[in-house]
Design a protein around this ligand. Structure first.
Ligand code: DON
Length: 331
């Protein structure tokens, strides 16, 4: 059973926190039955809907991992965070913000309707599909592999290894994603794309198919939590201002049309993907009482059963519980 509000003021050890998290994961695993695995990309349907895992990485090597921790999955929309970061690093922040806005759309991630209905001057933000496809068109490079190279290099720096592309997932999305093609043609028609549509879509489908684990997401979250700095080496991996804007976007747009609720009930910059991953960045915070991870942490969650907005259903509930128990909200 999930514990009531805990008194963390008793000298929390790693083992002690681990017991709580194990308990919470076991409890929220039952909530996976309330969601469904994504099926519009056929290969994603192969995921086990009852999987649930979490990895939390703090400073000084503090690490809590629980549940299904070893299952690889694809970044999907979480890649939009990385492509925006890389595009800002390659092209500059103002160049990017002239071409993608920083406003929540209040619509589904793959909405086309709002683009035409609201006669937008640029996509609402880089975390919806229209914005991410626009970003993919801006990344420098004549081939999709060249465009993705800076993203792989960034990932290699953060993770300590170069992740692979899941070719089955890539081909499955490439061959089924009519909606993204429709968005792409619309963007082409209104002049938002900066380069060839087919290479742009190939880039987008490939970035979505990069395979990671929850530990990788926690590492990415940890770097963002610290405004782009690798806390082990002190190296600035992502420019501070880029990391900050990215966290704003994660908070306001990272859960699509569920972002307001997530900000209210969880209060942490985070980004989801339809394969069931969530990356969350908990910045260092000041609290009167002793709370776990007050010096910040990165969190990776995997739970492929999704709610109606395309976010991991049990993953979000688990994050909400932990955020409340440990007072992780940035507000
Ligand atoms: O564009 C798509 O449909 C997917 N490759 C990514 C969508 C996604 O992950 C939405 N997130 N919840």
């Amino acid at each position: 059973m999930v514990q009531g509000i805990a008194n963390w003021n008793t000298g929390q050890t790693q083992e002690w926190l681990q017991k709580y998290v194990d308990d919470w994961v076991a409890f929220y695993r039952k909530h996976t039955n309330d969601g469904e695995v994504a099926s519009y990309i056929p290969v994603l349907q192969q995921a086990d809907p009852n999987d649930l895992g979490i990895s939390i990485i703090g400073r000084n090597g503090m690490s809590i991992r629980s549940g299904d921790t070893e299952i690889p999955f694809t970044l999907q929309s979480i890649s939009k965070v990385l492509s925006f970061i890389v595009a800002c690093m390659e092209r500059g922040i103002s160049y990017m913000l002239d071409r993608v806005d920083v406003e929540p759309s209040g619509e589904a991630f793959n909405s086309i309707m709002h683009l035409e209905m609201r006669q937008v001057e640029k996509p609402f933000n880089p975390l919806i599909n229209a914005g991410a496809i626009t970003v993919a068109s801006i990344l420098p490079g004549k081939t999709s592999d060249k465009r993705l190279e800076p993203m792989f290099q960034l990932l290699e720096k953060i993770l300590g290894y170069r992740p692979d592309l899941n070719v089955d997932v890539y081909e499955s999305e490439r061959d089924s994603s009519m909606r993204n093609r429709a968005i792409g043609y619309y963007l082409l028609e209104v002049g938002f794309l900066e380069s060839d549509l087919n290479i742009t879509l190939e880039t987008y489908f490939k970035q979505c198919s990069i395979e990671v684990t929850i530990d990788d997401l926690a590492r990415i979250g940890m770097v963002l939590a610290n405004d782009g700095m690798d806390t082990k080496t002190g190296e600035e991996i992502i420019p501070r201002q880029v990391a900050r804007i990215t966290k704003v976007l994660m908070l306001t747009c990272g859960m699509y049309d569920a972002s307001g609720k997530f900000a209210t009930y969880v209060g942490i910059p985070a980004k989801s993907g339809v394969s069931g991953g969530i990356v969350a960045a908990v910045p260092p915070r000041v609290r009167d009482e002793i709370m776990p991870f007050t010096d910040g942490c990165g969190i990776g969650v995997y739970g492929p059963a999704l709610g109606d907005k395309g976010n991991s259903i049990a993953g979000i509930r688990l994050l909400r519980h932990i955020a409340n128990q440990w007072d992780l909200s940035i507000f």
